[in-house]
Design a protein around this ligand. Structure first.
Ligand code: PAP
Length: 337
């Protein structure tokens, strides 16, 4: 079997010629990409306008060459730290509301990552799409990949798979990301300084960054194809969670019936997926998710607040970030207010 330098972790999978071709392309492309230091021990590579880890780059290339979307696919899409965990829980509980009893719900026993699979993660682990190919329909998947890096087979209007995207004020995203990066960093390294991470974030150099380009890719897609992409803001979901749950259900063509409304099912879902409820589930308090990484389920539940940046950023930093945001969003019709 031909082996690939960059796919050397794949042990069990016997790739056919199609996969070998993708692996070779990856091996050829990677050394040509401008690198930059990641926020933990990793490196990021500049690929078609975005900063990706080798993990995400592999995911994108494999998706392009091998993923077969289904019309029933529902993709939870986010730039990291915008509320992926929350949105996964919301979408899962909306779509599966007839299958489970709320008093004994899978979300009380499992982390949302075990219920809505991380697309590029699943592909990375297998080195192929075989795991996601084997999931029953409707598949609930999640991705951090920018819209422009997804295959046309997913983003074309001819494809019926749908995306629910959530974004968040970049000041809060940055703080959440900085905390998370320090959890992921090796214990042998000093924590990454706030100022160093801030400088990188402002330059767009962070996982799946530039943050603003990620948001705008999905924002434009939601304007052009409103039936395909639903665009949400974390702050709106916090303020009016019930309205957002109804909006997601309508978008996914599973609206709440008058009977469900009278049983207050929307409110049940809001309560089930709330930060308070989820962060207090045993599975989200301690369980270590991946033995290879120093990350536990609890690391995905930090504060869950709007505006925590105020406790970390100086007024000058906040102003500088707001200024970049204003410039990046100018003329797009979108803002974070
Ligand atoms: P990921 O992109 O790495 O999967 P993601 O879930 O998007 O992470 O982000 C984690 C953030 O969502 C954390 O924000 P914080 O650092 O500002 O606190 C986390 O607390 C928040 N979060 C997780 N679950 C919920 C929830 N149920 N409601 C609101 N916020 C939540």
């Amino acid at each position: 079997m031909e082996t690939s330098k960059f796919f050397s972790r794949i042990e069990e999978f016997e790739p056919d010629e199609g996969y070998q071709k993708t692996y070779r392309s990856f091996d050829e492309v990677l050394p040509t990409l401008p690198p930059s230091k990641g926020w933990w021990l990793d490196q990021l590579f500049h690929y078609h306008g975005f900063w990706l880890s080798t993990f995400a780059l592999r995911g994108s290339m494999l998706l392009h060459d091998h993923f077969k979307p289904r019309p029933t696919d529902i993709i939870v899409a986010t730039s990291p730290k915008c509320g992926t965990t929350w949105l996964r829980a919301l979408v899962f509980s909306i779509v599966n509301r007839h299958s489970f009893d709320f008093s004994d719900h899978p979300l009380s026993k499992m982390n949302p990552q075990e219920l809505v699979f991380f697309l590029e993660g699943a592909i990375y682990i297998d080195g192929s799409t075989s795991f996601v190919d084997g999931l029953p329909s409707p598949r609930l998947l999640s991705t951090h990949l920018p819209y422009s890096l997804l295959p046309k087979s997913m983003t074309d209007d001819a494809s019926d798979c749908r995306f629910v995207y959530i974004c968040r004020d970049p000041k809060d995203v940055f703080i959440s990301k900085w905390h998370f990066a320090n959890k992921l960093r090796s214990k042998h390294l000093p924590p990454i300084a706030l100022e160093e991470a801030f400088d990188s974030f402002c330059k767009g150099v962070s996982h799946y960054g530039p943050f603003w380009d990620h948001v705008l890719g999905y924002w434009k897609a939601s304007l052009e194809s409103p039936k395909k992409v639903l665009f949400l803001k974390y702050e709106d979901v916090k303020k009016q969670p019930s309205d957002c749950v109804r909006k997601v259900a309508e978008f996914l063509e599973v609206p709440f019936s008058p009977e469900e409304e009278s049983k207050e099912m929307v409110e049940e879902i809001v309560k089930l997926c709330s930060f308070e409820n989820m962060s207090n589930q045993e599975v989200n308090k301690n369980a270590t998710r991946n033995s290879g990484r120093p990350i536990s389920n609890s690391d995905f539940f930090r504060k869950g607040e709007v505006g925590d940046w105020v406790n970390h950023l100086s007024p000058q930093m906040a102003e500088a970030l707001d200024h970049i945001t204003e410039q990046k969003l100018q003329g797009t019709g979108f803002n974070f207010r």
